[in-house]
Design a protein around this ligand. Structure first.
Ligand code: LER
Ligand code: MN
Length: 283
């Protein structure tokens, strides 16, 4: 159910929508004419866009900057490098592993050029790789990212997509093992709905290391199309003074522009009705 309500001039949360800048097989992202999609996201009212980028060196940065027209980039997604090029941080083949690390270094360079603070570690860690190799690979990427003031976020992903890091607790213990200050967590409400025993507890379990959030409903459609309670989700985020973006990463049905509007409608409604909304009452 999409609940409509009057626009609020200021939300408690910063919003973003995930768009693929290059062609992709990933279905939970807006794709096609990326420059046009960025414009739609801007006109619908998002504060930023998240960009999925398979190959950073192939990005025409000038064209991308022009398309953005000053709209911030909340984070860079990297999963396409796994899906299409099969690069993985946990591959036994050291050549593939090094190529994955090099690719992420390129993502860090692009992120720095776009003043985007975060690079996402999702599927690029591999689906069935050797978890013992993950810590070292991440240490290498984090050390480089630090030199550009870029932070990385590990995203727990559901078991049907990867065996490595399915829950918020696993992400936190990975971060502790890796021991780098610029490694945090990204939680995706779609994956949490599959994996977390207690999604509310998981949402607050990463404390100051929670730097990015993907919003999708239980069916991976726009928030409002499934059975997740976004009032509770935003309420919990605001209560812990989360100051990152909530970035909508969904299957864009029936079309990207409608999905963008529906998602933002639900976020605005949930924001206005969350338990912390008193902080933001309109006069
Ligand atoms: C990417 O953010 C994600 O959520 C994964 O499902 C990638 O396949
Ligand atoms: Mn995600």
């Amino acid at each position: 159910v999409y609940r409509r309500h009057p626009d609020r001039s200021k939300l408690q949360v910063k919003t973003s929508f995930a768009i693929s800048w290059q062609e992709t097989e990933f279905n939970a992202v807006a794709k096609g004419d990326a420059a046009a999609l960025i414009n739609v996201a801007r006109s619908v009212g998002y504060d930023a866009v998240e960009l999925a980028v398979r190959m950073p060196t192939a990005v025409d940065v000038h064209r991308l900057r022009e398309a953005l027209g000053g709209l911030p980039v909340s984070a860079l997604g990297t999963g396409q490098a796994y899906l299409t090029d099969h690069l993985s941080l946990t591959c036994h083949d050291v050549g593939v592993r090094k190529a994955a690390i090099r690719r992420l270094v390129e993502h860090c360079h692009l992120a720095a050029e776009l003043a985007c603070p975060l690079v996402i570690i999702g599927l690029i860690r591999g689906k069935q790789g050797d978890s013992a190799l993950l810590d070292g690979s991440l240490q290498e990427v984090c050390a480089f990212a630090e030199s550009l003031s870029i932070r990385l976020v590990v995203e727990p992903i559901n078991r049907y997509e990867t065996e490595l890091v399915n829950t918020a607790a696993q992400a936190l213990s990975l971060i502790k093992r890796v021991g780098m200050k610029n490694l945090g967590v990204l939680l995706d409400t779609f994956h949490m709905n599959v994996e977390e025993e207690n999604p509310s507890a998981a949402l607050t379990s990463n404390g100051e290391r929670l730097w990015h959030v993907h919003l999708a409903d239980s069916n991976r459609l726009a928030p409002g199309a499934g059975h997740l309670d976004f009032r509770q989700i935003l309420g919990l985020l605001c209560a812990q003074r989360y100051d990152g973006y909530v970035s909508v990463e969904i299957i864009p049905r029936p079309d990207a522009s409608t999905a963008m509007k529906r998602a933002l409608d639900t976020i605005r409604w949930a924001d206005g009705n969350s338990s912390t909304s008193n902080n933001n009452k309109e006069n």
